[in-house]
Write a protein that binds this ligand. Structure first.
Ligand code: GLV
Length: 328
């Protein structure tokens, strides 16, 4: 019997391709060619499954053109590249890759917070440029992390991981805002207190964004929200580009209306707002919060688990629209 046909949309670990080939007829983009929407549609017309990595837009147009498609397995916890409602209408299963990246991503969020607060990359650039000729008492003086107020916007699994690092590791006073307040046991485990968004913005010394992107969180940190932050505060975005208004942030940083920012995600990435590239008080990284080899492998394997499970057993490990399974 012929194997189901799937497409792997981006280059991935060779062992992941080998694993997929045991179950599927695999076409892969191991050369990592940039595919236009039309190219992706062309690839998916005769496929029942696709392995995506978070950047491939799966929407009405694509689904209408790719009638054989049954599952899109995202190797990312975020899935704003999927129009899940359209996928449900077309009977296409959507899966993401939660949990396996939580601790790694929380580590990175904390690292970015520390690099931002303590001006680590800014001072390294200075040193590498040969500008360090003399030590001085106020050189790259930043702000303290220990004992400071840590604000978290979006208190899911990763937010909770960051809260614990702050509370237990650094004696921080943790406040958070979320769509819904956490139960008392989870709040106690994170040593975190629920506050309004306004109080969060006003009280945080370090504000970390970990909320999912959706049209309702677009520019959740715009000019008005940034204006409510303390002038000494730092802002860290490891969530998604588009949650912060990057132009408004660049202006606030340039005018020192907040002290510094750490950004792993950008509006329209991999393009970065040109102003951010010229401002010293911002740490910039290319969307790498989950990037350790074991975690990226675990994320890829979870996407593979979903493809195998659904296409061979009509089950899924981490479905986003499980009603599709029930109707098959
Ligand atoms: C990365 O950004 C992810 O959503 O997994």
């Amino acid at each position: 019997m012929s194997k189901p046909k799937i497409f792997v949309a981006r280059a991935i670990f060779p062992e992941i391709i080998t694993r997929l080939e045991q179950h599927f007829d695999v076409e892969s983009n191991q050369n990592d060619v940039t595919l236009s929407k039309a190219d992706l549609i062309g690839k998916l017309k005769d496929k029942v499954g696709v392995f995506t990595t978070g950047g491939e837009r799966i929407d009405e147009e694509l689904l209408s053109a790719c009638k054989q498609l049954r599952i899109c397995a995202n190797m990312a916890v975020g899935y704003n590249n999927f129009d899940v409602d359209a996928m449900t209408r077309h009977g296409v299963l959507a899966t993401n890759a939660p949990d396996v990246l939580t601790e790694t991503t929380a580590d990175f969020g904390f690292a970015l917070l520390m690099a931002t607060a303590r001006r680590i990359t800014e001072s390294e650039h200075y040193l590498r440029a040969g500008k360090w000729t003399k030590w001085s008492y106020d050189m790259f003086a930043g702000s303290d992390v220990h004992g400071a107020t840590l604000g978290i916007l979006g208190m899911g699994r990763i937010g909770q991981g960051i809260a614990k690092r702050g509370a237990y590791g650094f004696g921080m006073n943790v406040v958070y805002h979320n769509r819904s307040k956490l139960d008392a046991a989870t709040e106690a485990a994170c040593k975190a207190r629920y506050v309004s968004k306004e109080e969060l913005l006003k009280t945080a010394d370090h504000l970390v964004l970990v909320l999912p992107y959706s049209p309702s969180s677009h520019h959740a940190m715009g000019a008005a929200e940034i204006a409510q932050m303390k002038p000494s505060a730092t802002l860290v975005n490891i969530a998604r580009g588009g949650i912060v208004d990057d132009a408004a942030l660049a202006l606030a940083l340039r005018e020192k209306r907040i002290a510094a920012a750490g950004l792993d995600v950008f509006e329209g990435e991999p393009k970065v707002h040109p102003d951010l590239l010229t401002i010293p008080n911002v740490v910039l990284t290319p969307h790498i919060a989950s990037a350790t080899v074991p975690t990226r492998l675990a994320m890829a394997n979870l996407a593979v688990d979903n493809l195998i499970s659904y296409l061979t057993k009509n089950k899924a490990v981490t479905p986003l629209n499980p009603s599709v399974i029930a109707t098959k």
